[in-house]
Design a protein around this ligand. Structure first.
Ligand code: ZN
Length: 399
């Protein structure tokens, strides 16, 4: 059966004011959909997804995000892609690190009407370097707000800035656009199609789905026997999931005395945006109907959970070890981690509080307040309290 699911996830990076939402709107026709329910305070992960189709115009021999080409011809669908965004600066950086397991490529937005690099642009690039992103397309936004000379000067600044980073040897392209008037947007479609193939996904890989939202879809006052099971949504990092599968949810469901128990759940339905799926694979946001009690899944209650197969369920940890590097930030003094201090850890879509038990040879041993499910090799972000806020302090990898 043919079904339509996004094939790649593209992360959107860049300074808060550099036009991310306007570009997303120009490409996808919609704003990225952020969390529907109340967002947990602080720096929990809140990914927004917006899917878009790349189409091919047979008469112009060009790609476009539009259904109808500017020449008037009908286009042919090439593939669907998903743009992933996180609002705010602090959240965007922690999200970049923790979502690196589901983001395939990155667009970095740099505004033409400001000196380049702005501190946030520098930090985003540093984070992209740290998580090992090789493929990057830079979009120079807001060119309509400056003169041609200024735009060219800014373009030169961007080139010089990139030249000082590890991206210098890669073939980095800078695409000037005006998202507001939809100018040159199709060049982004063209370059994505040319440069960013759908990665080979191995269906036999052990399943991992990172849960980024969960709901109760029942209306108040519904008859008990008509109630739908809880719905959870997330991105498949590897493997495939089929309608009817039995899968394991980790760390699981809260029990008495702060304990959690892994549970096997039944998949009662799969969706990608408005498409019903029989099989889902990596790409975009997947909604999974389950036999879970909807009171457990309501209000994003299962965010941060992981789904795996019964044969290889994700391991649950009460203590984790992270090999870390202190992040050099431009907006605050570089601080080190200290034994005994509380920290917030972000791994995939999980946010958890812990205390540093021990620091040894670049490894932090952290005791968690609530257990998390994860695998070694995943990227992790460590934030510590500075003043009134949790600030991203170190990047690392689960060992
Ligand atoms: Zn055309």
């Amino acid at each position: 059966m043919y079904f339509l699911q996004a094939e790649i996830n593209v992360g959107l990076f860049g300074h808060v004011d550099h036009g991310k939402t306007t570009l997303t709107k120009a490409i996808t026709g919609k704003w990225t959909d952020t969390h529907s329910e109340e967002i947990k305070r602080g720096i929990s992960i809140r990914l927004g997804y917006a899917d878009s189709d790349i189409n091919f115009c047979p008469s112009c021999k060009k790609h476009t995000f539009e259904k109808k080409c500017s020449c008037g011809a009908e286009t042919k669908l090439k593939r669907r892609i998903s743009f992933i965004d996180a609002p705010g600066h602090e959240t965007l950086m922690t999200t970049a690190i923790s979502a690196s397991s589901i983001i395939d490529y990155a667009l970095l937005l740099i505004s033409a009407n400001e000196q380049c690099p702005q501190p946030q642009t520098k930090e985003h690039l540093m984070v992209l370097e740290a998580i090992g992103f090789e493929k990057l397309i830079i979009v120079q936004t807001k060119i309509d707000l400056v003169s041609k000379e200024k735009a060219l000067e800014n373009y030169k600044q961007i080139k010089e800035f990139i030249g000082q980073t590890k991206f210098k040897d890669k073939e980095i392209i800078i695409i000037p656009v005006c998202a507001f008037h939809k100018l040159n947007i199709d060049t982004i479609a063209e370059e994505i199609e040319k440069r960013w193939p759908t990665p080979k996904r191995n269906e036999n890989d052990s399943l991992r789905i990172y849960i980024s939202r969960s709901f109760d879809i029942n209306k108040p006052g519904m008859e008990v026997k008509k109630l739908n099971g809880g719905v959870i949504g997330g991105s498949i990092a590897r493997g495939i999931i089929k309608n009817g599968d039995d899968v394991v949810l980790s760390p699981g469901i809260a029990q008495k005395e702060g304990k959690v128990k892994q549970v096997t759940i039944k998949v009662n339905g799969l969706r990608a945006e408005n498409e019903k799926l029989e099989i889902a694979k990596p790409g975009g946001l997947i909604a999974i109907g389950t036999n879970l009690d909807p009171s457990i899944t309501k209000s994003d209650g299962m965010v941060g959970s992981v789904i795996g197969s019964k044969e290889d369920p994700p391991k649950v940890f009460k203590e984790i070890q992270i090999k870390y590097q202190i992040l050099k930030r431009s907006d605050m003094e570089t601080v080190s981690l200290r034994e005994g201090e509380p920290v917030v850890i972000n791994v995939h879509t999980a946010t958890t509080v812990g205390v540093i038990d021990k620091l040894k040879k670049g490894t932090a041993f952290i005791i968690l307040k609530k257990p998390i499910a994860c695998d070694s090799g995943l990227k992790a972000a460590i934030s510590k309290r500075i003043g009134q806020r949790w600030r991203l302090t170190a990047l690392g990898e689960i060992i």
